[in-house]
Design a protein around this ligand. Structure first.
Ligand code: SF4
Length: 442
């Protein structure tokens, strides 16, 4: 039997798909690309994407075009929230919720196509189990996404994730350490700790993210750790000091802001105001040289008038950060933001999004210019067809150099000679374990 997988949404979803596909491998299935005729297609959906339903429908059709008799299983956040809608999509055989997606073989016994869709979705209040997951970036053994936390106890008014994934819960700390050991033994040089609200790690174990990092860092080996994203109110002094003092913790933080207007932050029910956020950014910059900082921003939230947007624009423009991820607010069924009124015109939302994206490109270019002449710890992971390779530095600078197979999947120090705003270019490099390599001039 052949199985194929498709993931919509975030890295967390990707790591979960990888774990589900491993289960299929263990049961003797061949895993094949989604574009080939398979006996089973598993689609792991997302609720954050603007066109969740459309994306899901299209992906089901794509699968059925490959093999009209294939069994179609739809799971993930969107399946948890909109099981009935998905069940109506022609050709869908099983809809499995967030709890059920890791127990596919308990629900599907004979892998025969059904007349009607079978729906197995637990109540959102019952999403209490923690299922670990990990995956590698683009099938390389270079960077691993390691899920250590799931769910969220926050109540941001625009967000459906707590309903789709349940309450905040974490991986048992000793299991996390042993899984981390195996990832390092498997040869991963960078492990990215992921979750829905990673900064909230450990609540159910009287632990926290700082203690987890300290335990993981006991593991011997040549590796580095990155935190995928962390809420500003959870990025505390201990974590900042650890990143400053231990080079194995990447000097890069991705910190959701969402708005620079305190009025909007309050309506969003975020747990900080713009001054709190600014203080965190100042601390990071004061404590960690060349720290890379990414910022999530949502534009067009209900009630965001010209003045609020201007505040956001000016606020992030003045911040010492390196890039933004800009999202356009879109209405989500079941969220309290729907009741706020003062809807922002869709065209205006797009315009604001564009303005911030342009500003982000300028910020990134300025950050990259600041890296010229500096030496950055880099992990090359990709071969490009044009004889080059690319990788990421610890501070999340995208680096390109002439291809050299010995440098792939090694933590090396590279000196930045040039940038075009999109990449930094390395000229000369030094491999960490004491021998030198010269990367040709670009
Ligand atoms: S912190 Fe807010 S935006 Fe993030 S997952 Fe939790 S509720 Fe959603």
């Amino acid at each position: 039997m052949k199985a194929a997988f498709y993931t919509l949404g975030c890295k967390l979803n990707y790591s979960e798909t990888a774990t589900i596909s491993q289960e299929f491998l263990n049961k003797g299935f061949d895993i094949i690309p989604f574009e080939q005729p398979a006996d089973v297609y598993v689609i792991n959906t997302c609720t954050v994407t603007q066109n969740a339903e459309k994306d899901c429908r299209q992906t089901v059709r794509r699968a059925l075009r490959q093999n009209p008799d294939a069994l179609i299983v739809v799971t993930g956040c969107y399946a948890q929230l909109r099981a009935e809608e998905i069940g109506q999509i022609e050709g869908v055989d099983f809809v499995l919720g967030s709890n059920e997606k890791f127990r596919i073989f308990d629900y599907i016994k004979d892998f025969e196509k059904n007349e009607l869709s079978c729906i197995h979705v637990s109540d959102s209040d019952d999403l209490e189990n923690f299922y670990s997951a990990s995956s590698s970036e683009a099938d390389t053994r270079t960077r691993a996404f390691f899920k250590v936390q799931d769910g969220c106890d926050y109540k941001c008014s625009f967000c459906t994730i707590p309903k789709a994934r349940g309450k905040s819960r974490s991986m048992n700390p000793s299991d996390a350490v042993s899984k981390f050991h195996s990832l390092i033994r498997e040869g991963y040089k960078e492990v990215i700790l992921t979750g829905v609200n990673v900064g909230d790690y450990g609540l159910n174990y009287d632990q926290d993210l700082y203690k987890l990092l300290k335990s993981l860092l006991q593991t011997p080996g040549d590796y580095r750790l990155r935190i995928s994203s962390i809420e500003p109110n959870l990025l505390n002094d201990n974590l900042i000091a650890l990143a400053a003092d231990d080079e194995r913790v990447c000097n890069h933080f991705h910190i959701p802001l969402q708005s620079g207007s305190d009025k909007i932050l309050k309506l969003m029910r975020r747990r900080y105001n713009s001054s709190d956020y600014k203080r965190v950014i100042e601390k990071l910059n004061a404590r960690i040289a060349d720290v890379g900082i990414g910022v999530d921003i949502i534009v067009g939230f209900p009630g965001e008038d010209e003045n609020d947007f201007e505040n956001t624009y000016n606020f992030v423009n003045a911040l010492d950060v390196s890039y933004f991820h800009v999202f356009t607010y879109s209405e989500r069924p079941g969220t309290s933001a729907l009741e706020l009124g003062n809807v922002v015109d869709v065209g205006l939302r797009r315009k604001r999004n564009n303005m911030l994206r342009i500003l982000s490109a300028k910020k990134r270019a300025a950050f990259y210019r600041g890296m010229k002449g500096k030496t950055l710890q880099t992990l090359f992971e990709e071969n490009e067809s044009n004889g080059r390779m690319t990788g990421w530095s610890s501070n999340y600078t995208r680096i390109r150099a002439d291809h050299n197979p010995e440098m792939i999947n090694n933590l090396i120090q590279v000196q930045i000679s040039e940038t075009d705003g999109e990449f930094c270019y390395a000229e000369t490099s030094q491999i960490k374990n004491n021998f030198k390599l010269v990367v040709g001039q670009l």
